[in-house]
Design a protein around this ligand. Structure first.
Ligand SMILES: Nc1ncnc2c1ncn2[C@@H]1O[C@H](COP(=O)(O)OP(=O)(O)OP(=O)(O)O)[C@@H](O)[C@H]1O
Ligand SMILES: [Mg+2]
Length: 266
């Protein structure tokens, strides 16, 4: 139907093999504009392979992939202008400060007013206080937030996040989740890969499960839950999760601000 807006990402019949290993065997999914799709799959399912094809780093053997209305195979330059990628391993420069990293990207992209862009991203990702410190002194969560901030320089309409929270502690993961949710609220389309069910639950408008080279399920969390028979009702005390306990003990320093006694002086 011509009245339907084109999705920000459209993947149809995507196939990819590495020699005799058939990793993708016909992958189909759409990501509507301004939404978050979580591509869920175990280790080796082919998540990074999908992201590499969408980001024009790898050619598919068959099928089509469109990003922002452009075909990755025939219009790779237009595709590259449309997205940014935060890879599975952080791309920040350790010996530069957070602010210098952002300035570097803004200058490489020939943007006007790189200082203003850097400062607004530092603010958006709660890194203003750490802006002048070398990244080598940052925590894992701060690095990841800086990494995501760097990928937003130039305001790409589409962002690929490949396992954005792998290796982070629960507090840092929540910081990254907050940043990602904010992105989608501002209209950015997000394709996120993850192995974590709770991450998909927290973040995604829709969840697609990649298994044996295909998308085996694609739906909202509520739709996915309806796929399982309802659990038997049991009367038990609601126990806090390990994550609740961890956060209660370690505390969320960023949010228990204003004058709590015992805080270290700045
Ligand atoms: N360049 C390559 N050459 C050969 N095999 C590869 C190559 N890249 C990936 N593979 C294989 O393809 C399969 C899918 O890899 P991919 O990295 O896409 O999985 P993934 O879902 O991202 O896994 P992870 O959760 O570990 O990141 C794996 O079995 C991997 O070993
Ligand atoms: Mg991967």
């Amino acid at each position: 139907m011509t009245t339907q807006p084109t999705p920000a990402i459209r993947v149809q019949g995507l196939e990819k093999s590495y020699k005799s290993l058939n990793v993708l065997r016909g992958v189909d999914f759409d990501v509507p504009r301004g939404t978050i799709l979580a591509l869920l799959g175990s280790n080796g399912a082919g998540k990074t392979t999908v992201v590499r094809i969408l980001s024009t780093l790898l050619r598919a053997d068959a099928g089509t992939a469109m990003v922002n209305g452009f075909d990755v195979a025939t219009q790779p330059a237009r595709v590259r202008e449309s997205f940014s990628l935060t890879g599975q391993f952080a791309a920040v420069d350790e010996i530069l400060t957070g602010r210098e990293n952002l300035l570097l990207v803004a200058r490489l992209r020939h943007l006007k007013a790189p200082e203003a862009i850097a400062d607004s991203l530092l603010d958006r990702f709660s890194l203003t206080d750490a802006a002048a410190r070398k990244v080598s002194t940052y925590s894992g969560g701060m690095r990841r937030r800086l990494d995501i901030a760097m990928s937003l320089v130039g305001e790409p309409p589409v962002i690929f996040l490949d396992e954005p929270t792998t290796g982070l502690d629960p507090e840092a993961r929540i910081e990254v989740w907050t940043a990602v949710k904010q992105l989608a609220r501002q209209g950015t389309t997000v394709l996120l890969t993850t192995q974590y069910l709770d991450e998909a639950e927290q973040l995604a408008d829709r969840i697609a499960i990649l298994h044996d080279g295909r998308i085996v399920v694609n739906g909202t969390l509520a739709e996915l839950k309806r796929l399982l028979p309802p659990a038997e009702v049991e009367y038990v005390e609601k126990q806090p999760t390990l994550e609740d306990v961890f956060l209660a003990i370690v505390g969320d320093r960023a949010r228990t601000t204003d004058g709590t006694p015992g805080q270290e002086p700045r």
